[in-house]
Design a protein around this ligand. Structure first.
Ligand SMILES: CCCCCCCCCCCCC/C=C/[C@@H](O)[C@H](COP(=O)(O)O)NC(=O)CCCCCCCCCCCCCCC
Ligand SMILES: Nc1ncnc2c1ncn2[C@@H]1O[C@H](COP(=O)(O)OP(=O)(O)O)[C@@H](O)[C@H]1O
Ligand SMILES: [Ca+2]
Length: 475
């Protein structure tokens, strides 16, 4: 169903709201209440310039009817059409704002750019500005969530991760499932998650919307877009450690995170500074990686190791610059195509990237290729595998003392190289090195729609054909 006005054609699914009178909301709400007019607000697209997704803005069209009765019929029918066409449009949202994320602008971003749009769309929201880390997670685990259609996260990937843990945990509690058991099929979360980007990396937002823009994200929430997302559960022995959606990285990315924690005051720049320091410290680490390929045809009947589901793990061992696992492309402004450009958001698999030890210039080439469209996997020391599960362990010849020791980093000044690194799990350091990871297909749903086709080429091979699994598009 389309609403056609001279040259503008708007799908009803993209109408934001309908108001009586001649209404403006930006810069301030003003209503000229003439009784034959009404105003329709809708999603207007514009090119985002540097990013590869499309920016969404609030469009506005005013209509004049011959009579008030006709005007009232129009507004009534349009409002009904919005509900029937988009059943996932939220009525009530629970909003968490991290006031300290990114450049510390979360509160301002929400109140000046997002709240007026929610109000216009008739969405009521309960807003909580967090006072401590993990408050949002604990709230979602314990408090009454009745009446909410979705949860909005105003912050970065760390804040998103809190919400993810709260919602997944709550859903499993209510379903009577154990999150600790890596063989359990977890229950998908009933509430949608919306992300208003206000963090440092904002990778989950970038990879699912295509731009880092609070207004675009707010409009995706309002019209009830729905994008499922794979989630990786990370276990140690038989206990759940954390969930991950973007980057689970050992070696380089673990060291960068550990180093960056000391420089939080730098804000988002801390990652560039720490990245440079860690790159210059030129480290590699010994490890054993076992993985379960996503395609069962790739496994061999003569392999020795058996996985949780009876299928076979592939075993590799050696020294690595980094070992990374990502459930999606993990594109972000630093790396517009991401860690694994053709990974799918919701296909139930992850991409395992193994970067073997190499000379410093080779590793720099690998890193640098993340910033362009050059293939970072087309290097002799890099392997990538599409997987369902991964196990990481330390070689048995490492002494127990080496295995237990906490790795420490001090940039360039220290000559003592630690024997092991740490795992970076979506921006959190894991307390254990030996882990088992499993990908759960479509465990959560976001208010997003993947990257939209613009003048775009599909990077999983097809041109101008939207992939049902939500992969990314490149120009
Ligand atoms: C030479 C240029 C190299 C650019 C390499 C870019 C690789 C970027 C891959 C980024 C993947 C991001 C995955 C997302 C992770 C986030 O969950 C997570 C948490 O985010 P939050 O703080 O917003 O909550 N973010 C992170 O863990 C940050 C990882 C960032 C790594 C960036 C490293 C920059 C490296 C610069 C190296 C420069 C070497 C120069 C040598 C002369
Ligand atoms: N009120 C708060 N005080 C301190 N930390 C918080 C608060 N609210 C959330 N956090 C934590 O801050 C961390 C970083 O938040 P995030 O919004 O991802 O910003 P950034 O992208 O800059 O790291 C998250 O791990 C989250 O748990
Ligand atoms: Ca995936």
């Amino acid at each position: 169903m389309y609403l056609s006005v001279i040259k503008v054609s708007v799908p009803v699914a993209e109408v934001v709201g309908v108001e009586e009178g001649r209404v403006e909301i930006l810069p301030r709400k003003s209503v000229e209440d003439t009784d034959k007019d009404f105003t329709v607000f809708y999603v207007k697209r514009s090119s985002s310039g540097s990013s590869y997704g499309l920016l969404w803005r609030l469009g506005r069209i005013q209509f004049s009817c011959p009579s008030r009765v006709l005007r009232d019929q129009w507004t009534k029918h349009l409002r009904t059409a919005l509900k029937t066409h988009s059943p996932l449009r939220p009525n009530r949202l629970l909003v968490f704002i991290n006031p300290f994320g990114g450049k510390k602008k979360g509160r301002k971003i929400y109140h000046s750019l997002v709240a007026p749009l929610f109000e216009l769309a008739g969405i009521s929201s309960h807003v909580i500005v967090t006072e401590r880390a993990n408050q949002a997670r604990d709230h979602l685990l314990k408090k009454d969530l009745k009446g909410f259609d979705g949860v909005v996260c105003v912050g970065g990937d760390g804040m998103f991760s809190e919400i993810l843990h709260g919602l997944i945990g709550r859903t499993q509690q209510e379903a009577g499932l154990s999150e600790n058991d890596p063989t359990v099929a977890l229950q998908p979360c009933p509430l949608h998650i919306g992300i208003i980007p206000a963090g440092s990396t904002d990778c989950v937002c970038y990879a699912t919307v295509g731009v880092i823009d609070p207004v675009t994200s707010a409009l995706h929430i309002i019209i009830g877009d729905s994008q499922p997302l794979d989630v990786c559960s990370v276990h140690q022995a038989s206990a759940l450690m954390r969930y991950s959606v973007s980057l689970l990285g050992y070696g380089f990315y673990g060291d960068v995170l550990a180093e960056s924690e000391k420089h939080r005051w730098m804000g988002p720049l801390r990652y560039d500074y720490s990245g440079t320091m860690v790159y210059l410290s030129n480290r590699s680490y010994a490890g054993i990686v076992q993985y379960l390929p996503a395609d069962p045809l790739l496994s061999s009947p003569r392999d020795r190791t058996r996985c949780l589901s009876g299928r076979v793990y592939t075993h590799v061992e050696g020294r690595f610059r980094c070992v990374s696992l990502t459930c999606m492309s993990s594109s972000c402004p630093k790396s517009p195509l991401g860690l694994s450009p053709s990974a799918h958001l919701a296909d139930g698999t992850g991409d395992l990237i193994l970067v073997w030890d190499t000379h410093p210039l080779g590793f720099l080439k690998f890193l640098y290729r993340h910033t362009s469209t050059q293939d970072q996997f087309d290097l002799p020391f890099v392997e990538v595998h599409r997987v369902k599960a991964v196990r990481f362990s330390l070689p048995s010849e490492m002494t127990n003392e080496q295995k237990m020791a906490t790795p420490f980093l001090c940039g360039l000044c220290c000559s003592k190289v630690p024997a092991k690194s740490v795992w970076n799990c979506d921006g959190e350091i894991l307390s254990s090195t030996e882990i088992l990871c499993r990908i759960h297909g479509q465990l959560v749903r976001l208010y997003a729609r993947g990257i939209e086709e613009g003048a775009a080429v599909h990077n999983c091979g097809k041109e101008n054909d939207k992939c049902q699994m939500g992969c990314t598009l490149i120009k």
